[in-house]
Design a binder for this molecule. Structure first.
Ligand code: ATP
Length: 248
């Protein structure tokens, strides 16, 4: 169980995060809807240990992560641009986290091959990252994160740079893999439909204040999230499509 309590941060006189509290059980995906400038990157950086909060605590299974440096937090931060080693193959990029932990070679081979197969990357194992498509690079980035069995995956608009079809494929892949490995995630997006697709729990971050909803219904119906209006818009488009097609 991961517990965040009363987290606050300001830059100069500007409050950026205000009294943020939530908890996550293993395997849960908290999808947080947030517009640009709402404080999402600051929140994720604080959780990852890359930025210090002014106040508040972060506990993992009761342990205070405050003094724990980023590389010992077992958290992986994924954003739009996959960070890969350009000089290493796909296989070696994924294997990296195990190599630095001195896992034995046979075990590395087994785990990496298994994960590459799950991510549909087996055929690309020997390629360099710059010989891959954007979606494939993002899958390698997932592989690098998952291989170390992180306690928390922090996703900051991870599919924002991908075309609509690849984005939809990546959302399904994220769902499948995170369910299979029981990965706990905080997934921030400005796209309501993406939030509804990937989340098991739902939140809304606005001007540094996080609201966590008890159910998907309350998330959809809350006027601030504007999810209901967006869904209604897409429904209205769908209804007009057959009519316009039949008149053409
Ligand atoms: N190091 C910093 N120094 C001063 N102000 C900062 C710093 N980092 C962020 N801010 C300010 O804090 C606010 C929130 O920034 P943050 O990067 O967390 O937003 P965001 O929700 O990730 O936005 P976007 O989606 O546009 O990247 C912004 O007004 C930003 O200008």
């Amino acid at each position: 169980m991961l517990t965040v309590a009363h987290l606050s941060k300001q830059f100069g006189t500007q409050p950026v995060l205000r009294d943020i509290s939530f908890s996550l059980s293993p395997g849960e995906v908290l999808a947080v809807l947030g517009r640009s400038g709402c404080g999402k990157t600051t929140l994720l950086k604080i959780l990852a240990g890359l930025e210090a909060p002014d106040a508040g605590t972060l506990l993992a299974q009761g342990q205070d992560l405050g003094p724990v440096p980023p590389n010992e937090r077992q958290m992986v931060y994924l954003y739009q641009e996959p960070l890969l080693f350009p000089h290493l193959s796909v296989f070696e990029n994924v294997a990296f986290g195990l190599r630095i932990r001195h896992v034995v070679k046979a075990e590395i081979d087994r785990q990496v091959h298994e994960l590459l197969a799950e991510l549909d990357l087996s055929a690309h194992a020997r390629k360099a990252p710059d010989h891959l498509s954007g979606g494939q690079r993002q899958r390698v980035s997932f592989g690098r994160a998952l291989i170390i069995r992180p306690r928390l995956l922090l996703l900051d608009e991870p599919f924002g740079n991908l075309d609509a079809q690849t984005r939809a494929d990546m959302q399904q892949l994220f769902l499948r893999v995170s369910r299979q490995h029981q990965i706990t995630s905080l997934f921030v997006t400005h796209d309501s439909r993406e939030a509804l697709t990937v989340g098991t729990r739902f939140g809304y971050l606005d001007q540094g204040q996080l609201t966590c909803f008890p159910s998907v219904t309350e998330f959809v119906q809350d006027a601030r999230t504007a999810v209901r209006q967006e869904l209604a818009f897409w429904e209205s488009i769908q209804q007009t499509l057959p009519a316009s097609a039949s008149t053409s």
